[in-house]
Design a protein around this ligand. Structure first.
Ligand SMILES: Nc1ncnc2c1ncn2[C@@H]1O[C@H](COP(=O)(O)OP(=O)(O)OP(=O)(O)O)[C@@H](O)[C@H]1O
Ligand SMILES: [Mg+2]
Length: 518
């Protein structure tokens, strides 16, 4: 904590000693920072010692510069010997200083200047001072100016030093007390609030605290991690946090969604291929495992790997080797594997859709990411975070949610988890235009409530004026249900059609009619 003269001056003891020194000897106590810059001068506050020489000198730009220079080099001479006289300033007047140190480091100093000690006064006497200084100061009469300097009796000097020592001791004690108090506040905050983030992950609820504690242990190791959680809970964010906070952060983090490509493409994507290995393979292409060498490979939707690809992945995990498409020689890589799935991989093993040996290789450490509805305590902090992010990105003023709108968030079951919340905040912020408080009316389209399709919800839709008649409101509700269903099934139309009890063709037609893009 650097010294702050404004705070120091508020200290009773500093005020008192300052007054005493001013009254007895007509001099000012001031502070410098660690580099020796006069704190008050830096703020444009110039209080000269009560004599004409210092007054004239500090009123002149060149005089002020030289005064500061004198003090800077004088306090630089302060060392372990504590408070002492530091020799003359550029005008031949005395400077006395005391170092201020906290935690074994110089934080600044306390000093006084612009006086003479009796016997030295003789030596420096007279207009000679002005000549040596070569300053053109608007002083009428050098001799009378000199008369205005109050000499301090030599026997009084130890008293001045004593007073300065006491001041520094008080500052030291005060600093110790403040540091202790601040530490206490920090400790209390930690005890009360816990951590509210780990890398880019936001949340301070119990389940998130448990997750952070586990992540703390995992960043330092190379173990394979299997992350399980619903859509939008932050699985990829966790994988990134593990990589970018660990020893591999200088190397690549590569993510591949295993359900996005067919086997043939996925194999060539992961392991690379040799020129001519298939039509269109016009040159050698390194696979993503090669790219991730030394880094981390994030295998998303790992439950969707075909049996053939499961075997190949097992080999990477067991031996650290793979064979590029069209190649014969295995290549070796050193990658940390983090896999994620929103399906229960153990169940897939039981159903014989997933190899047991691969499951155990991936499952060295399993991380369960809690869905948002089980940690609604995190809503305020997440909402704040996304509102901040929107304000930052859009360059607009930071908005707030109307309390009624925010209260409704606690009633929703957030099937799309944090991603859904993020999209919702973005949508609300855009629709709110220039309004600083996002009004509750905007929640209308979000068909709030825990049970989509309930009668109350339908009534609410009609009431909120989504449509002027029942037919329009029913359409709006149908659209909402399909939209949510698509998100929940990750656009699996056959599954959604089955769930909604309509044919796939009907569903596709409705998706088109409502303009719901994938
Ligand atoms: N705890 C969190 N704090 C801040 N942002 C989060 C958090 N969890 C998720 N997000 C945000 O939500 C979005 C979805 O996160 P992410 O892609 O990591 O989820 P996911 O579990 O991989 O989802 P999916 O299963 O759909 O692939 C991202 O934009 C991410 O930044
Ligand atoms: Mg993901």
């Amino acid at each position: 904590m650097p010294i702050d003269s404004a705070r120091l001056e508020e200290l009773q003891i500093v005020r008192k000693i300052r007054e005493t020194v001013r009254r007895w000897w007509g001099i000012e106590l001031s502070f410098t920072d660690a580099k020796g810059f006069v704190l008050d001068h830096g703020k444009g506050i110039i209080i000269p010692p009560q004599n004409r020489i210092c007054t004239a000198c500090l009123g002149d730009p060149e005089g002020l510069r030289r005064c500061n220079q004198s003090i800077e080099s004088a306090v630089a001479r302060l060392n372990g010997s504590g408070t002492r006289l530091l020799g003359p300033c550029h005008m031949g007047l005395e400077i006395v200083g005391a170092p201020i140190e906290f935690g074994g480091e110089r934080q600044g100093s306390l000093f006084a200047c612009g006086f003479l000690v009796n016997e030295k006064a003789q030596a420096a006497r007279g207009p000679a001072m002005f000549e040596t200084a070569e300053l053109k100061l608007p002083v009428v009469e050098p001799a009378t100016a000199f008369e205005s300097i109050q000499p301090i009796e030599a026997r009084e000097v130890p008293r001045l030093l004593d007073l300065m020592d006491t001041t520094v001791e008080e500052i030291d004690a005060w600093h110790g007390a403040v540091a202790l108090r601040e530490k206490r506040i920090r400790d209390l905050q930690n005890e009360l609030g816990g951590r509210y983030r780990f890398a880019d992950l936001i949340g301070k609820s119990e389940p998130m605290q448990r997750l952070y504690a586990l992540l703390d242990k995992l960043v330092a190791s190379d173990v394979t991690v299997l992350i399980h959680g619903e859509n939008g809970t932050g699985k990829e964010l966790i994988a990134r946090a593990l990589h970018f906070n660990g020893a591999r952060k200088q190397k690549q983090f590569v993510a591949q969604n295993c359900s996005a490509l067919n086997d043939h493409l996925l194999e060539s994507e992961l392991f690379g291929h040799l020129k001519g290995s298939f039509t269109g393979a016009t040159r050698d292409k390194p696979g993503l495992f090669k790219v991730a060498d030394g880094g981390t490979f994030f295998l998303d939707e790992v439950a969707d790997l075909s049996p053939a690809m499961q075997v190949k992945l097992l080999r990477v995990l067991q031996e650290g080797t793979f064979v590029p498409v069209g190649g014969t020689r295995p290549e070796k890589v050193d990658v940390r594997i983090i896999a994620a799935s929103n399906k229960d991989l153990h169940e897939a093993v039981v159903r014989r859709e997933f190899r047991e040996d691969l499951f155990y290789r991936l499952h060295v450490v399993a991380l369960e990411v809690p869905p948002l509805r089980e940690r609604l305590d995190d809503l305020p902090i997440l909402v704040d975070h996304f509102l901040d992010a929107y304000a930052h990105r859009s360059g607009k003023r930071r908005k707030q949610l109307h309390p009624e709108l925010f209260a409704g968030f606690y009633d929703w079951h957030w099937p799309g988890n944090v991603r859904e919340l993020q999209n919702e905040i973005e949508r609300l912020a855009v629709l709110a235009g220039d309004a600083e408080v996002i009004p509750p009316e905007l929640s209308a389209q979000r068909a709030g409530g825990r049970a989509p399709g309930s009668a109350t919800q339908l009534a609410a839709l009609v009431q909120r004026g989504l449509g002027s008649d029942l037919a329009t409101a029913v359409c709006a509700l149908e659209k909402e249900i399909i939209e949510t269903g698509l998100r929940e099934t990750r656009n699996n139309k056959s599954r959604l059609a089955e769930r909604l009890g309509v044919s796939r063709t009907t569903l596709i037609k409705k998706i088109r009619d409502y303009g719901l893009s994938e």
